[in-house]
Write a protein that binds this ligand. Structure first.
Ligand code: PBG
Length: 329
């Protein structure tokens, strides 16, 4: 593999000048590599900051067009919608998930009406923004029920597809849900609605700030280890992906991102399927607070983002996706 030797070979020769570094660069990022998560909140004229995520906001629906406009102008292919549900609308069964006038449904209708196919919209399929206990499915004791949860997820998926969602992203980690959702989409006339499976989602402490953003933090009394993956495992990630591909997933997600680059690479090498990386809230908070405190300079963001490309990710879900003009310049 290694040809040539010192002193006739000097690798620093090609690093000496900026033009030369650019000439031989192996990886790069463009706006097409990003998905922007958007947090939605009830009300009018609201742009609410989120304490644990400096520079990220919850928007009321009348403010969303402004953000989507900018995303389209900057060339982003897709946004992802996440609701901060009014606590009064939450219950044990998460029934608000099936209300066609919930925040996500309203946002889907208004964005699709205005922008048609100029930008893709992705929605989580899971119950956590809607349940009073903050879990992604139906809870019995401390256990999240699998098959019973899937029945609701199917209806949530169908509803979101009807409202115009382009990419359904089940993030719940129930066994077998991709196949069931695909079947019901096909049967009901949504053959072309895509599924991005959060196939490899670890039970992670890196989700902390997100749970503040969507208001589930105070609600959770137990962890999510009986459904999300154990971070000690990587063979299991391959099994999850293999199953989801068989069940009809168009793309798969690995989440969190930075601590799991090995998993992205492993999946890319074993299955030739589009893989997305989710640079989650905790990663964003670490970097952003570190920059704010003066511990790092801003290029730490680009360095982290490029690592996803190097590991083989096709795209990155990132809270930095609306700040790319500064990061990529
Ligand atoms: C919920 C969901 C979570 C995230 C996306 N969808 C949190 C969780 O599973 O508790 C995390 C995203 C982030 O941390 O940025 N199904």
């Amino acid at each position: 593999m290694i040809t040539g030797k010192f002193p006739s070979l000097r690798l620093r020769r090609s690093r000496k000048n900026n033009w030369s570094r650019r000439l031989i660069e192996e990886n790069n990022l463009t706006s097409s590599d990003f998905v922007l998560p958007l947090f939605l909140i009830e009300g009018k004229n609201k742009k609410q900051s989120i304490k644990s995520m400096p520079g990220v906001y919850r928007y009321s629906l009348d403010k969303i067009n402004f953000v989507v406009d900018k995303a389209i102008k900057n060339g982003l292919p897709m946004v992802a919608l996440f609701p901060y549900t009014n606590p009064r609308k939450k219950n044990h069964l998460g029934t608000e998930s099936l209300n066609e006038d919930n925040l996500v449904c309203k946002a889907l209708r208004s964005i699709k009406k205005k922008y048609k196919n100029e930008i893709g919209i992705m929605c989580d399929v899971a119950l956590d923004p809607y349940t009073s206990h903050g879990h992604d499915g139906l809870l019995r004791g401390k256990y999240v029920l699998n098959d019973e949860t899937i029945k609701i997820l199917i209806n949530q998926s169908l509803l979101q597809a009807q409202m115009g969602c382009d990419v359904l992203a089940p993030s719940d980690m129930m066994d077998g849900r991709i196949g069931e959702i695909r079947k019901s989409l096909d049967k009901n006339g949504f053959k072309m609605t895509q599924i991005l499976s959060y196939a490899v989602k670890y039970a992670s402490s890196f989700y902390g700030p997100f749970r503040e953003a969507v208001g589930t933090k105070g609600l959770l009394k137990t962890d999510k280890k009986n459904y999300q993956m154990d971070f000690r495992n990587s063979n299991e990630a391959l099994r999850e992906v293999a199953l989801d591909i068989k069940e009809g997933a168009d793309m798969v997600m690995v989440k969190p991102g930075l601590p799991y680059l090995d998993i992205i690479k492993l999946i890319k090498e074993n299955f030739k399927i589009p893989v997305l990386a989710y640079q989650v809230s905790g990663e964003y908070s670490l970097l952003s607070h570190g920059i704010k405190k003066g511990l790092f300079d801003k290029s730490i963001i680009l360095e982290s983002l490029i690592s996803f490309k190097r590991s083989g990710a096709n795209a990155i879900v990132s809270y930095y996706a609306d700040k790319l003009d500064e990061i990529l310049k």
